[in-house]
Ligand binder design. Structure first.
Ligand SMILES: NC(=O)c1ccc[n+]([C@@H]2O[C@H](COP(=O)([O-])OP(=O)(O)OC[C@H]3O[C@@H](n4cnc5c(N)ncnc54)[C@H](OP(=O)(O)O)[C@@H]3O)[C@@H](O)[C@H]2O)c1
Length: 261
């Protein structure tokens, strides 16, 4: 084999997830489903976490067709504090890659935001992420190896409009990412985040249904289009792979240039 071929193989291996087990939360649809499927294409076996078995079925079938092992775990993150059985099940699994993707949004001005909505968003987008990460990272730290990817948001940097709990939770995710990266980097576990821009999923349906908001959002995106889950998933594969071994504590914006405008 020539030196050039060797180097090509070496480079391909940098991005491979073969032999890894990845857990993706919120894998039923949108960004999480695409990340799970593309991690399977990169060679990983998958654990999918979602609210119902039915909602995970499509992603699960796609991963089986790729030829990777897949298992589903059911959990409503709004009830994470009463999900001890699920957390204890996870604590016994060897997980190499954790993608904290599940997230919810509630749109209302601050004064009109109901206390229940505030707590639900903080529970799903922040408290559940911390609890799950604690459980999964314990095994990673014992094995001195792991990659954690949190799905942050442009609202990890900006306030947004009428989404106070969401913006607060996503700012906190940025802080948590850096805090854990500082603590665990020397112990073999890297923690990074992806901050997606405006992506065509159910999360942004209300914005795309509003012609004024939609046009105003589009006018600020330098690449002049909304993003898709396919724009995000390769970045998650990269951050999980050996190619990203020196990237830690980073919040990678994948936003078509929005933040530079
Ligand atoms: N779309 C964007 O423009 C955008 C931008 C920045 C950040 N993000 C973030 O990207 C992540 C994925 O969102 P998406 O855009 O792909 O939206 P999506 O299509 O609405 O998907 C959200 C996922 O989270 C799951 N989820 C919601 N509440 C849950 C709960 N209580 N317990 C367990 N799972 C729950 C959903 O499960 P069900 O099927 O059961 O509903 C679904 O799998 C979120 O963290 C979101 O904040 C999205």
């Amino acid at each position: 084999m020539s030196g050039a071929t060797n180097h090509t193989n070496w480079l391909e291996n940098q991005f491979s997830l073969a032999g890894k087990k990845a857990l993706v939360t919120g894998a039923s649809k949108g960004i999480g489903a695409q990340i799970a499927i593309d991690m399977a294409h990169a060679g990983a076996d998958l654990i999918l976490v979602g609210r119902t078995e039915d909602s995970l079925q499509k992603t699960s079938s796609a991963i089986s067709e790729i030829g990777r092992n897949v298992q589903s775990i059911i959990c409503d993150f709004a009830e994470i504090s009463t999900s001890q059985e699920m957390l204890s099940q996870l604590s016994k699994m060897e997980i190499d890659i954790l993608v904290n993707n599940a997230g919810s949004i509630s749109r209302a001005p601050a004064i009109a935001t109901k206390s229940d909505d505030w707590h639900r968003i903080i529970e799903i987008n922040l408290n559940a992420v911390f609890q799950l990460t604690q459980i999964v990272a314990e095994g990673m730290l014992a094995r001195k190896s792991g990659a954690i990817i949190n799905i942050a948001s442009l609202l990890s940097f900006q306030g947004g409009i009428n989404v106070p709990a969401y913006a607060a939770s996503k700012h906190a995710i940025a802080g948590l990412t850096k805090s854990l990266a500082n603590e665990w980097g020397a112990l073999g576990v890297r923690v990074n985040a992806i901050a997606p821009g405006y992506i065509e999923t159910d999360n942004t349906q209300a914005l795309r249904d509003d012609p004024d908001r939609s046009a105003s959002i589009l006018s600020r995106i330098p690449v002049a289009r909304w993003g898709t889950p396919n724009d995000i998933s390769p970045v998650a594969v990269f951050l999980a792979s050996h190619a990203a071994r020196y990237i830690n504590g980073e919040i990678v914006t994948v936003d078509g240039g929005w933040m530079g405008r």
